[in-house]
Design a protein around this ligand. Structure first.
Ligand code: F6R
Length: 608
């Protein structure tokens, strides 16, 4: 959801804010705006549309000129994308940018109206906060911010400037992430680390209820009660290059190519002498041995990684795994037992629904384990145990490398649990680990082997209104992600179906020329899957089959075949994912869509 930035220092503030916002545009991109102190006065520039629209507007109308200010890129929650609803929003003496959601904004607005504050210009919850800050402001910014924090309900991070405190930026965090960057004689705020990497790698992580004051190039902190706080400076291990496109036309294709490295970096520290070892994550065989049931809870792509995890853990560790969508799980009063394990998977570590699940787990005696990519994110900090995936920054909204490393972690966990519970012996465990260690190389080979075919087949998909992804077992789990990837960036309606379930209703959708993509990498289920492929083919479907290099598929079943390298059946999802990602990518490219910033989406979903 929205990205916020701020700067205080010797550089041209507008340039810094725009550059930082460019790195946060993945969080929201329906409007953008900045507020900069120019000769002691707050100047605001904002515009509906992409950041480039704001830049064009400023080229035409003039840009604010100064050395301190705040900026915002928006994913609309309250009020449609428009110039008026764009941030920053102002009261008479206060201007703010906001990431998150104010749940009680209607009550607060009514309170302000009752107190003769009626000058609301926008439909946003943010403007209510700006007006409320203004209402309580008596010349002491910190006291005013603390007063308002008591009134607000929801999750939010704010960047604030007060008209009578020139060259100073205030920031506060409640739930929504916010970091404070520290350079030489300059300071920054940002919703995410990549925004400031061009200027500094040193940053502080703002905690719940903490307020930062950026002035004269340095930062001071206080807590919710106004007490000064000493914070530890962290250093980002992501560099600027890893957050850049590096010669690729889109982040998505760059990130697809980064998968071998991402997998290697994720698994290597968790393998010792050919056996899984998750002790650095606080997980020991003893912890795993007594687990009763496992719940995997996540959203979107991360949930799909959990689906693969379910099949693999159940198969190898003979432990029952339930996979849930976080927004459902948190409200369905789940039965979580004392020896159960709840695994929360999240790239960002900030997804509101996934985060809420941790509160639920805390009320039980079960343990929580977070599988998270962003270090220090809320979910990582709140869980009992954490396995960090080391994918590096994922900028494209459509997740690829984060999914791949989530799969890698699911495998590591499955192997470790299976071994700890005595369901596989050491020899089998070693073989599985060796197979996983081989994956980076195989992904590389797969990209080379399928890229041309995927590019070509995508030209056949662009005219489709709707398509189906089908598979059985692990192929079904995988096809869920293939389908999501394709629909979110190509805007072609797509559903994934368990191949055997098709004829219970959905097959009636199949008509002449409808693309059906079948994933058929599970040899034990091959015959049955092929029968299902033939059933749709007989009804006019254009069939695209993803299978390994040796599988024999009847000529009359497949219009197009995408062959991937053969590895052990249980690990096939990590290979078969690649053509699904490439099919989605090239279909979106061929349709002329904005691949990295698909419409209506945002990278990090910090509201319910
Ligand atoms: C789709 C995608 C989303 C995310 C979902 C959860 O490509 O990326 O479906 O997987 O919003 O986000 P995280 O993993 O950050 O919790």
């Amino acid at each position: 959801m929205c990205g916020i930035v701020g700067y205080v220092g010797p550089r041209d503030c507008t340039d810094v804010l725009i550059s930082a916002l460019t790195k946060l545009e993945y969080r929201g991109y329906d409007s953008a705006g900045i507020a900069v102190f120019e000769n002691g006065k707050i100047e605001v520039a904002k515009s509906k549309g992409r950041l480039t629209d704001l830049v064009k507007k400023m080229e035409k109308e003039g840009k604010p000129n100064g050395h301190a200010g705040i900026g915002h890129t928006r994913w609309a929650t309250h009020g449609e994308p428009s110039d008026i609803n764009s941030h920053p929003h102002s009261g008479r003496r206060v201007t703010i940018v906001h990431n998150g959601i104010i749940e009680n904004y209607k009550e607060l607005k009514q309170f302000l109206i009752d107190n003769e504050r009626t000058e609301f210009l926008s439909d946003t919850d943010t403007e209510v906060v700006a007006q409320l800050l203004d209402f309580y402001y008596e010349g002491n910014p910190i006291r005013c911010i603390r007063r308002v924090l008591h009134e607000l309900r929801g999750s939010f991070a704010l960047g604030i400037v007060f008209a009578d405190r020139p060259e100073t930026v205030y920031a506060v965090r409640c739930e929504s992430p916010l970091i404070v960057g520290q350079g030489k004689g300059e300071a920054f705020i940002a919703s995410d680390v990549p925004a400031i990497l061009k200027y500094t790698k040193d940053y502080y992580l703002l905690e719940y209820g903490e307020i930062a004051v950026l002035k004269n190039g340095s930062v001071t902190f206080c807590d919710f009660h106004g007490r000064m706080v000493e914070k530890v400076l962290k250093t980002a291990d992501w560099d600027e290059d890893s957050a850049e496109k590096g010669g690729y036309p889109h982040y998505m294709i760059k990130e697809i190519h980064e998968q071998p490295t991402a997998v290697k970096t994720t698994i290597t520290p968790r393998i010792e002498n050919g056996m899984p070892n998750l002790s650095e994550c606080g997980i020991t065989p003893e912890t795993l041995r007594d687990i009763n049931n496992i719940f995997i809870v996540a959203c979107g792509t991360a949930m799909h990684a959990g689906m693969v995890g379910k099949y693999v853990i159940e198969k190898l560790a003979r432990t029952s795994v339930t996979v849930d969508i976080a927004s459902e799980f948190r409200y369905r009063d789940p039965l979580i037992g004392e020896n159960d394990l709840v695994i929360i998977i999240s790239q960002s570590g900030e997804t509101a629904d996934s985060k809420a699940v941790l509160n639920l787990v805390r009320e039980t005696k079960a343990k929580s384990l977070a599988v998270v990519n962003v270090k220090g994110s809320s979910i990582a900090r709140d869980a009992d145990m954490v396995i960090y995936t080391h994918a590096g920054p994922e900028i494209a909204v459509a997740s690829t490398k984060a999914y791949m490393v989530q799969l890698a972690v699911m495998y590591l966990l499955a192997f470790e649990i299976a071994y700890a519970k005595g369901k596989i012996d050491e020899k089998e465990c070693r073989e599985l680990i060796a197979g996983l260690q081989n994956i980076p190389e195989v992904i590389d080979k797969t990209i080379d082997a399928v890229v041309d075919e995927c590019q070509y087949i995508s030209t056949k998909l662009i005219t489709a209104d709707s398509l189906l992804y089908i598979g059985r077992g692990l192929d079904y789990a995988l096809s869920m992600e293939g389908s999501l990837k394709l629909k979110e960036i190509s805007y072609i309606h797509s559903e994934s179906y368990a191949a055997g379930e098709l004829k219970h209703g959905t097959i009636s959708l199949v008509e002449d020329g409808m693309p059906v993509i079948a994933v058929a990498t599970q040899n034990t289920l091959l015959e049955k899957t092929v029968s299902n492929i033939k059933e749709v083919k007989a009804r006019g479907a254009m069939t695209i089959v993803i299978c390994d290099e040796y599988t024999e598929i009847d000529e009359d079943a497949a219009d197009y075949l995408i062959r991937v390298p053969k590895i052990s059946e249980v690990l096939m999802p990590m290979v078969a994912t690649v053509p699904m990602q490439l099919l989605a990518y090239y279909t979106a490219v061929n349709k002329g869509n904005d691949v990295d910033k698909p419409r209506n989406l945002a990278k990090s979903v910090t509201v319910e």
